[in-house]
Design a protein around this ligand. Structure first.
Ligand code: SF4
Length: 98
């Protein structure tokens, strides 16, 4: 799964692309794999400047309320993850309620 992510302070985020071994999106449609890297700043650095490479991260998703979810699998071509500053979660922006 190609995952573009704007949770820039995550330890798996490199210039707006996820490089985790696998990502789990859980109920509530947020990334449960997110881990804050204390050394990174909360700045939206250069994700637009970096070349976009397909990252093909294995994704599991248990958001059964999502239109793209079939038998606990995400059928989207790729997902976008955004920074929810209010909750400090990394929310799946591709989520569409059925
Ligand atoms: S928040 Fe989730 S999707 Fe974003 S880089 Fe971290 S592990 Fe990947």
């Amino acid at each position: 799964m190609n995952i573009r992510c704007r949770k820039i302070n995550c330890k798996f985020n490199h210039a707006g692309t996820c490089h985790a071994r696998e990502v789990h999106v859980c109920r509530g449609a947020y990334c449960a794999t997110y881990q804050k890297d204390q050394r990174k700043l909360d700045l939206e650095l250069a994700s637009e400047l970096a070349p976009t490479k397909p990252n093909n991260v294995p994704l599991s998703c248990t958001v059964c309320a999502c239109l793209y979810n079939h038998d606990c699998r995400c059928a989207a071509n790729g997902i976008a993850v955004v920074d929810n500053e209010a909750s400090n979660h990394a929310d799946c922006a591709t989520f569409i309620e059925r």
